[in-house]
Write a protein that binds this ligand. Structure first.
Ligand code: PAF
Length: 278
């Protein structure tokens, strides 16, 4: 079983010791409520590093919606059991341990952080940068693992690494889906069984949209109309964007790689997903 660490001092001492022994460190930052998507990151970290750290911390400063923070599932005991031997250390601190005083870091991640999730959730990416930057400084991992469901977050974290000059390699890992196609997310636990089935249509609609003949406006119109047909859905946004700069494209010819990014409310639960077109 992995050893649980609750203090920043304990975490940094252990991580420094691992480095001093010449071993490689893989870090998987999480907010807990682990599912198969997280476990795929942790297993990959296990395969690619000598020592694996998983952090479990529901980071209050990245929530711009208080209700979302309060309702975020907290399942530490179950998480520890799921991690089993895949990690060597689990960092599970209190909020006071991570933020003895309110954090003051102010990041400017540039254009990648100003669109989509950055525009819809003011302060969110700064909050992510605050916690992930601290974890990078405390653990100093060789490799860090992030899921592509939060594709834009990965672009922001790459900027964080550049700004902070951190020596960690960012390893993006593919989305893991439920058998019905819904992208795995800790928030899925808040869906009723009916909502869970309905939510599967998000991925089905995106998949169908890859077969639309036409350019970006036709694909966008198809997705927006198909989502509007499902009474339980409220579309927050669907954007088609350059896969590197995350800036909106109006034609496939504008970027080498084009992806679609969607955010849909089902009841009070906000779900995100994405798909590659080119
Ligand atoms: O993706 C998440 O779960 C969180 O944003 C992260 C990276 C663990 C930071 O709190």
């Amino acid at each position: 079983m992995a050893m649980i660490i609750n203090t920043v001092e304990g975490l940094t001492k252990i991580a420094q010791g691992v480095r001093a022994d010449g071993k490689t460190i893989g870090l998987v930052p999480t907010m807990g409520a682990l599912h198969e998507g997280h476990l795929s990151l942790i297993r990959r970290a296990r395969a690619e590093n000598d020592v694996v750290f998983v952090s479990i911390f529901v980071n209050p400063v990245q929530f711009n919606n208080k209700e979302d923070l309060v309702k975020y599932p907290r399942t530490l005991e179950n998480d520890v059991a799921l991690i089993g031997d895949y990690a060597d250390f689990i960092f599970a601190p209190t909020v006071e341990e991570v933020f003895p005083t309110p954090p003051e870091e102010e990041y400017d991640f540039g254009p990648v952080a100003n669109v989509m999730e950055g525009a819809a959730r003011p302060g969110h990416f700064n909050g992510v940068g605050v916690i992930v930057g601290r974890l990078f400084r405390w653990v100093n991992p060789h490799k860090s693992y992030f899921g592509e469901k939060d594709y834009q977050q990965i672009a922001v974290i790459r900027e964080l690494v550049r700004i902070g000059n951190y020596g960690t390699e960012i390893i993006p890992c593919p989305i893991v889906r439920e058998p019905n196609g819904l992208a795995m997310s800790s928030r899925n636990r808040r869906l009723t069984p009916e909502e869970f089935e309905t939510a599967a249509q998000i991925h089905q609609i995106l998949l169908k949209s890859t077969e639309i003949e036409g350019d970006v406006p036709e694909v966008k119109a198809f997705v927006e109309e198909a989502i509007a047909q499902v009474p339980a859905f409220t579309l927050d946004y669907f954007e088609m964007a350059d896969d590197t700069t995350l800036q909106t494209v109006h034609s496939f010819s504008e970027a080498k790689g084009v992806m679609g990014f969607i955010t849909v409310y089902i009841g009070a639960v906000r779900l995100i997903d994405n798909i590659r077109y080119r």
